[in-house]
Each structure stands twice: as structure tokens, then as C-alpha cells.
Design a protein around this ligand. Structure first.
Ligand code: UDP
Ligand code: MG
Length: 319
């Protein structure tokens, strides 16, 4: 029988682990699906990992790992993909904001041959107006870049084993899971869901962390800002030729203005523009630097007893 892995990135979710574990267990058993739950605690500062261990003691279908520090949700997702052994893998939040019943719907679609089942949000749940506007701009840019509609996409999706392997083979460290699963191709379908309210704990995202996430993902998917830099340069050369001719003509006619204001304004403008352009280039260099260092995407400090031997051997186990 096919095995379904459910990957659950968890950061400071001590209040959610037990509940989520039992809800998913009940659902899988009711639908007769062979399953495993892979909890990845992303360097949680609370008792998330000990809750995972407790859950694992009562349910052998549960596996867990703990990071040595907080590496971020992307890293936790990729660790989960690596540790999952299923023929299909679902990634979902462990706060049950992604409705669990949809997992069964995804599973059914996978059974009929779909290789990537995307979870699409009908509504974005409760968000403030800034957040909404920002998300709209960001997903607008991302959608046009990868030529697919990402406005309602989320990290909630099912991937076939083939797709998981393709993702794991990518050497890059700074990933954007949501878009990469579009990028890899394969046979796709979608299921629709409404984002639920979080029952316990609070969201881990602040507005600034979202902006940082967005910038990093745009840089990761496109070199368009670099092209814009060259366009800026081009436009300025044209403008400066025009201005140079006008200045020379006025100089020859003896009507040249006292140039101080113009010079200061031009200097400030060009100076500002050069700094922005350098900043853009600098950001790409920083990314190259990060990738070239070749550091691992995450470091696992502990895994539960029921992990395969080679995984246990790789990390010192102590819980
Ligand atoms: N998460 C994580 N590492 C982080 C931040 C979040 O693994 O650094 C997990 C978190 O535990 C949750 C999921 O990512 O399962 C989504 O996070 P959250 O619910 O805070 O985001 P929101 O639903 O508000 O977008
Ligand atoms: Mg959430």
C-alpha cells in the first residue's frame, strides 16, 4: 500500500503538536491511508520537541527531528522532505490553519496520477490591509516571473516521490518552496481551501520578516533588478547627452545660468541612483557569497528513536 508522509514544520508550537497529531491520525485511520507524520521542530525555544517525542511514544507513525537553532520554515520543509519516506508527501502547517480534510482530497487526486497537488486559498484568512496589499504586489511580481498564478498559492501541497527527489537534488540553499514546486513542472492539479483561524499560539511572521522573505525570493528567482540597473544607466546617458548639448549651446550664446543649483541637484540624484544600483548588485553578490560557502541548509541536533539507522548515525541523538 502506498505510504503518505505528512511533513509539519513546527516552530514554538508546543500547544499544537498533540492536537494536530491526533486530528491527523484520526483522519488517516478513518480513510484507511497508510501514513507517517514527520514533525520538524525548527529550533523551537519551547517544549515543541519534547511534545513530539511524547506523541511519538504513543504513536509509532510519528517521526520527529529538532534543529540546532531556528533555520526558518523553508529549511524545516526541506528537512521534512529529506526525512520523509512516503510515495507521496504532503507539506502542511502544524497549526491546522490548513484544513486536514483537504489532505484526503489531495491524496485522492494523487491516486489518479497527479504528481503535484497545489493547495489554493479561497480566502487569505484574517490579515491586515498592509499585509494584503504587500502580498498582492509580491505575488503579482512572482506570478509574472514564473508565468504562473501564485496569488493564492501556499506551502500546503502534495508532491509525488519523483517531485520530492527532484527538489532534493537542487544544490541551491536559499529556496522558495512555493515557487520551486511550480518550476519543476510535472502533472499538476489544485484543491481549494479556506484558511482557518489559528487555535493555539500565534503567527511567527512579522511585517518586516515578510518583506525580507519577499525580497530574498524575488532575488532568488530573477535577475530583472540587474537589468533595470542597466536600463537606468542607458536612460541617464540619453538624458545627459540632451542636457550636455543644451548647456553647450547656452554657454556659446552667453546665456548659461548660474549652475550651482543644477549641479547640486544632479549630483544628489545621480549619487542616489548609483547607490541604489550598487545596493541591487550587492544583494546579488551577497547571495552568491551565501551559496558559494556551501553551508548546509539546516543542522539537525536530535531525531526520534524510530528514524532509520543512517539518519540516526548522522546526528548525535539525545532526548
Ligand atoms: N514555522 C517554522 N519556522 C519558522 C516560522 C514558522 O517552521 O521560523 C512554521 C510554523 O510552526 C507553522 C508554519 O511554519 O507550522 C506557518 O507559520 P505561522 O503559522 O506562524 O505563519 P502564518 O500561518 O501566520 O502565515
Ligand atoms: Mg499559521
Amino acid at each position: 500500500m502506498a505510504l503518505l508522509s505528512i511533513v509539519l514544520p513546527s516552530y514554538n508550537e508546543e500547544q499544537n503538536i498533540m492536537n494536530t497529531g491526533s486530528v491527523l491520525t484520526e483522519l488517516m485511520e478513518k480513510n484507511g491511508i497508510d501514513y507517517e507524520l514527520v514533525f520538524v521542530s525548527d529550533g523551537s525555544k519551547d517544549n515543541t520537541y519534547s511534545e513530539i517525542c511524547k506523541l511519538q511514544k504513543s504513536n509509532p507513525h510519528v517521526k520527529g527531528a529538532e534543529f540546532s537553532r531556528n533555520f526558518g520554515k523553508e529549511a524545516a520543509i526541506f528537512a521534512g522532505l529529506e526525512l520523509a519516506t512516503g510515495d507521496a508527501v504532503v507539506v502542511m502547517d502544524c497549526d491546522l490553519q490548513h484544513p486536514p480534510e483537504v489532505v484526503v482530497e489531495m491524496y485522492e487526486k494523487w491516486k489518479t496520477g497527479t504528481e503535484v497537488v497545489e493547495g489554493i486559498k479561497n480566502t487569505r484568512g484574517k490579515e491586515n490591509i498592509f499585509h494584503k496589499a504587500f502580498a498582492n504586489i509580491f505575488y503579482g511580481i512572482m506570478s509574472s516571473l514564473i508565468k504562473m498564478d501564485m496569488k493564492s498559492s501556499s506551502d500546503f501541497k502534495l508532491l509525488d516521490r519523483k517531485v520530492v527527489n527532484a527538489l532534493l537534488e537542487m544544490p541551491e540553499k536559499e529556496t522558495f518552496f512555493r515557487a520551486l514546486s511550480f518550476w519543476v513542472g510535472f502533472k499538476k492539479d489544485s484543491v481549494y481551501y479556506d484558511v482557518r483561524e489559528r487555535q493555539f499560539g500565534s503567527s511567527k511572521w512579522s511585517f518586516t520578516s515578510l518583506v525580507r522573505y519577499a525580497i530574498s525570493n524575488v532575488l532568488g528567482f530573477t535577475t530583472l533588478p540587474l537589468k533595470i540597473v542597466s536600463w537606468f544607466g542607458f536612460v541617464f546617458v540619453i538624458l545627459s547627452i540632451g542636457l550636455a548639448i543644451q548647456t553647450l549651446v547656452r554657454f556659446c550664446m552667453g546665456t548659461a545660468a548660474d549652475g550651482f543649483t543644477t549641479v547640486i541637484l544632479l549630483l544628489l540624484m545621480i549619487g542616489g541612483l548609483i547607490m541604489i544600483c550598487l545596493g541591487i548588485i550587492g544583494n546579488y553578490i551577497a547571495r552568491i557569497y551565501e551559496e558559494v560557502k556551501g553551508r548546509p541548509r539546516y543542522i539537525i541536533s536530535k531525531v526520534t528513536d524510530n528514524m532509520p539507522e543512517q539518519v540516526k548515525g548522522a546526528w548525535k541523538k539525545h532526548d
